[in-house]
Design a binder for this molecule. Structure first.
Ligand code: ASP
Length: 442
């Protein structure tokens, strides 16, 4: 693993040779070109623009597909090894317990912050009926049969246990896979060592090979980010923003507060400099923004946690895959902001009971939302229905969802890396930070 450190960190030499810098340039160039190709400038016909951006996004699409191809073996091997690899059932219990308590705490805080700020700003207040109707008539192709939306709670719980592991892999059911590999890891701790070793060795090889692929892939990150961002930007014109600036501002402010909360947690609990931390996570941060997928970013998140933040692999290999699946503070906050925005727009006040339900639904959404682009929307439909707010209101926020998805995904991913640093600190598993980790930000 350490062999990859210098390669990934790549923080020596001129600025232009640094990976994070090239990824950032890809991002900026993508925004600029996307704007020129988009409807606002009207320089090229829509079909021509679609063809150009489809080709430009090709490397990014390949990049994401290769990551998707490795993410399942990486999750399976990391979680099982995270539990079975350390020989120490006590440590696993400690990590597992701290992770769950901490996830619940930050998710609850995220939703409370979102409720507070949405009530303070009131982004949905005073929207005219004609504005709401015009947005709704544009419609939104949201598939409501997605994730846990539409299932009862007992049904959802039953579905957490995979009956056919191959089907779970084929359908990329991340939560099921995490549970399956967790059970496998626990079983490996129980069987005699000589019987466990062949499988542990095999899982170690799987993990090493998938991480080696991530190292290769990261070289292509700048070009992947460029194409993906060009396409996203060119698809959206500024009309999506009309009348919605206050809503966007509210959500971005909530996310900024969550980042501030992380900074405080880093200083107080992890005893780390937030500035160093944020410098070190530039690559997964930008990648999460460009792909809108925490699952697709997960391998890079894991590598960054270990190689740049110097987190003990015994912690990160359990926390990052688990967090990618069940810890989404940005997503939980999004559910709350949209629900309050629509309740204000429709003039349906939410009493304390409804807010308490919103809190629990948003926490459940953080656990159940797959780490994929746009995955929040169908779950939102289910939450709106339970709170008596018209589901068609989704059409109001639909056009902006992709942009806000990019923002919330970066917070989801950041939260997983912050968690890794917290857990290693509170479980006393902090290892010496390698030089490369401290050097990385320089
Ligand atoms: N795109 C988000 C993620 O991957 C999930 C969501 O839609 O909120 O983390």
């Amino acid at each position: 693993m350490n062999a990859h450190i210098a390669e990934l960190s790549n923080n020596e030499g001129p600025l232009t040779s640094r990976l994070w810098f090239r990824v950032l340039i890809g991002l900026i160039a993508g925004v600029v070109l996307g704007m020129f190709l988009g409807p606002d400038f009207d320089l090229v016909a829509k079909e021509t623009s679609n063809t150009i951006t489809e080709w430009l996004a090709l490397p990014g699409q390949l990049f994401i597909n290769i990551i998707k191809f490795i993410v399942i073996p990486l999750i399976l091997s990391s979680v099982a090894l995270g539990i079975a690899g350390g020989d120490d059932a006590g440590a696993v219990k400690k990590i597992g317990f701290s992770v769950v308590v901490y996830f619940m705490f930050t998710t609850t805080m995220s939703v409370l912050i979102a409720i507070f700020i949405s009530n303070l700003i009131g982004p949905g207040e005073g929207l005219s009926q004609s504005f709401i109707e015009s947005k709704i008539s544009e419609g939104s192709p949201v598939d409501t049969n997605f994730g846990f939306a539409g299932s009862s709670i007992p049904e959802t719980i039953v579905n957490l246990i995979p009956t056919n592991p191959f089907a779970s892999m084929a359908n990329a059911e991340m939560l099921q896979l995490v549970i399956a590999s967790g059970i496998t890891g626990l079983a490996l701790l129980r069987v005699p060592k000589e019987e466990a070793i062949p499988l542990i060795d095999f899982l170690n090889s799987v993990q090493a090979a998938t991480l080696a692929i991530v190292t290769w892939l990261m070289r292509f990150a700048p070009i992947a980010v460029f194409g993906l961002i060009t396409r996203v930007t060119s698809e959206r014109g500024s009309t999506a923003f009309t009348g919605m600036l206050s809503y966007m501002f509210t959500f971005i402010l909530v996310l900024a507060c969550l980042l501030l909360m992380y900074a405080i947690i880093l200083m107080v609990i992890s005893k780390r400099s937030p500035i160093e931390f944020f410098k070190n996570i530039r690559e997964p941060f930008i990648l999460a923004f460009s792909t809108s997928s925490s699952s697709a970013t997960m391998p890079i998140t894991l590598k960054t946690a270990e190689e740049k933040l110097g987190v003990n692999p015994a912690v990160s290999r359990l926390v990052v895959p688990l967090g990618t699946t069940i810890n989404m503070d940005g997503t939980a906050a999004y559910q709350a902001v949209v629900v309050l925005f629509l309740s204000q727009a429709y003039g349906i006040p939410l009493d304390a009971g409804a807010l308490a339900s919103l809190l629990s639904f948003s926490i459940a959404a953080s656990i159940g939302t797959p780490g994929m682009p746009g995955a929040s929307l169908p779950i939102l439909v289910a939450i709106l229905a339970s709170l008596g707010i018209p589901g068609e209101g989704i059409a109001l926020v639909f056009a902006l969802d992709r942009i806000l998805d990019m923002c919330r995904t970066t917070v989801n991913v950041t939260g997983d890396m912050v968690t890794s640093t917290v857990v290693e600190r509170i479980t006393g598993m902090k290892k010496e930070v390698p030089d490369s980790a401290t050097e990385a930000a320089k």
